[in-house]
Write a protein that binds this ligand. Structure first.
Ligand code: SAM
Length: 210
């Protein structure tokens, strides 16, 4: 792409960000990103997070979901956050930098949980988009499969998962996958999620309950 086309694209993105009410609100409230409002809207409606909850936040950087969760839980060691990228420190959050699809990283998460089982698994992970449909679908599917295996190892009976999907083939298979593990599934598109985005959140409740 030429420099001027790239600059125009950047300007359009900046204009959109500046007009966006959630970007403005997040900046004013000291949150690290507008994504906070997706989680807040879902949590207000479905009551996912309690003062005593033990939570893993996958794909946590720059950190607005972790900031939100941290403002609710009552003590330290209740949140383990994971991202490929660095993340600045947040109160009550134990951060692990690494790739969630790497088994060593999963072991690190389990070690930091010290045999305690999770109440809630959150995932806002978004795979890098290659533009090649089949590759992107495969990457998205791999993340969800890893989350499913992780739930088997760390989520308590009756626990909850909230995971971001992108509408398409992978999201259909993902629903089938989680249907085998959870009592009820719901697809949610919060107001704060841009309408032009294909992202949608899957809320799965009642882990391993019949
Ligand atoms: C949309 S951002 C998350 C925003 C975050 N929820 C917040 O509120 O600030 C998606 C994140 O997923 C992370 N990610 C993508 N694939 C990952 C992987 N395999 N392991 C860990 N993090 C991953 C990216 O590095 C990126 O920071």
């Amino acid at each position: 792409m030429s420099k001027s086309r790239q600059q125009k694209k950047t300007n359009r993105w900046n204009d959109k960000q500046n007009r966006d009410q959630y970007v403005k609100k997040a900046r004013e409230s000291g949150y690290r990103g507008r994504a906070i409002y997706k989680l807040e809207q879902i949590d207000r409606k479905y009551r996912l997070i309690n003062r005593g909850s033990l939570i893993v936040d996958l794909g946590s950087a720059p950190g607005s979901w972790s900031q939100y969760v941290s403002s609710i839980v009552s003590s330290s060691n209740q949140i383990v956050s994971v991202d490929l990228l660095e993340m600045e420190t947040i109160k009550n959050v134990h951060f692990i930098q690494g790739d969630f699809t790497d088994l060593e990283v999963v072991e690190k998460i389990l070690t930091s949980l010290d045999n305690h089982q999770l109440d809630l698994v959150l995932s806002d992970m978004a795979p890098n988009i290659s533009g090649i449909r089949s590759t992107d679908q495969a990457r998205a599917w791999e993340l969800q499969e890893m989350i499913s295996v992780f739930c088997d190892r760390a989520l308590k009976k009756g626990g909850t998962l909230l995971t971001k999907l992108f509408e398409g083939e992978a999201s259909v298979s993902t629903r089938k996958l989680f249907k085998q593990q959870f009592k009820e599934l719901q697809m949610i598109k919060p107001d704060a999620s841009r309408s032009e985005s294909k992202e949608i959140f899957l809320l799965a409740r009642g882990f391993k309950l019949d």
